[in-house]
Ligand binder design. Structure first.
Ligand code: NAD
Length: 258
């Protein structure tokens, strides 16, 4: 079955690199019109060069005025938003709770859950008027398990699950579907950073922490970002027309985090 989203107007936050970038490619290949944000000016410039057909705007999802301007930009460019992928999220510190600065905690919450709230509150009125819409919120396996040394991140990702479930209940009557995706550790630069921060905090080797990460799932795998992008695409098509309010794990059967 080929999944197509021809002509669907899709917004993805933080799509200049990482998982968002892979999602951008998958949605674009499936026929979507795209409008994306990021905070990295160089990444945005690269995207403008490579993909003149997509809308690109700088936006920090933690700043209300920037989110409002970004969504207004997307609406002006595309005439509406059918699919919102709230992908932006930062890892935050890998520290014992007593060493986490309150400002760092606040920043992680402001980006990871505050950003999804800011985007949703601005996008939902248009979706309600259209009587349809799809919202996909990136959580994490850290939104399902305790994740030592990562209190801000884990708290924010559990919040995403509660936010998504509530939004699904609130918006179902308007034909709007909301789901969260909970990836396990994704192959790529970010996870290498997280592993290396944890190794440093605990005074152990990178190889040891990497092995521990792999041991947390019964399948012993890192996640291919393409699998996340394909699930996000599926949810945006009619194939997913009855899927809402779900927390969908893509984590090789993660059993715990450490
Ligand atoms: P990443 O660290 O690779 O960053 C992707 C992009 O986010 C970057 O281009 C960066 O400039 C942008 N960004 C950072 N802060 C931003 C902000 N405030 N506003 C807008 N853009 C911002 O991230 P990733 O690994 O691709 O993760 C994407 C999502 O998936 C996040 O919500 C993350 O928590 C979640 N996730 C990732 C993993 C993983 O192992 N990588 C695992 C589980 C969940």
């Amino acid at each position: 079955m080929e999944l197509r989203v021809d002509g669907k107007r899709v917004v993805i936050t933080a799509a200049a690199s990482g998982i968002g970038r892979v999602m951008l490619d998958v949605y674009r290949d499936a026929g979507a019109k795209l409008f994306i944000s990021d905070i990295d000016p160089k990444g945005l410039e690269d995207l403008r060069g490579s993909y003149p057909d997509i809308g690109v705007m700088a936006c920090d999802v933690a700043v209300t005025e920037q989110v409002d301007a970004f969504v207004d930009g997307a609406l002006a460019a595309m005439g509406g938003i059918d699919v919102l992928v709230n992908n932006a999220g930062i890892a935050g510190p890998a520290l014992p709770v007593e060493d986490v600065e309150p400002e760092e905690f606040d920043r992680v919450l402001a980006v990871n859950i505050g950003g999804q709230f800011r985007m949703a509150r601005k996008v939902v009125p248009g979706m309600k008027a259209a009587g349809a819409g799809v919202i996909i919120n990136l959580s994490s396996a850290a939104g399902k398990f305790g994740f030592p040394l990562r209190t801000p991140y884990s708290a924010s990702k559990w919040a995403v699950v509660g936010f998504s479930k509530t939004l699904a209940a609130e918006l179902g009557p308007f034909g709007i579907r909301v789901n969260s995706i909970l990836p396990g550790p994704v192959d790529g630069e970010r996870i290498r950073r997280v592993i290396s921060d944890k190794a440093e905090t605990r005074g152990v080797s990178f190889a040891q922490v990497e092995e521990e990460f792999l041991a947390t799932s019964s399948m012993g795998v890192m996640i291919d970002p393409l699998d996340l992008a394909r699930l996000a695409l599926y949810l945006a098509t009619d194939a997913g027309k009855a899927i809402s309010g779900q927390s969908l794990s893509v984590d090789g059967d993660t059993r715990y985090l450490r």
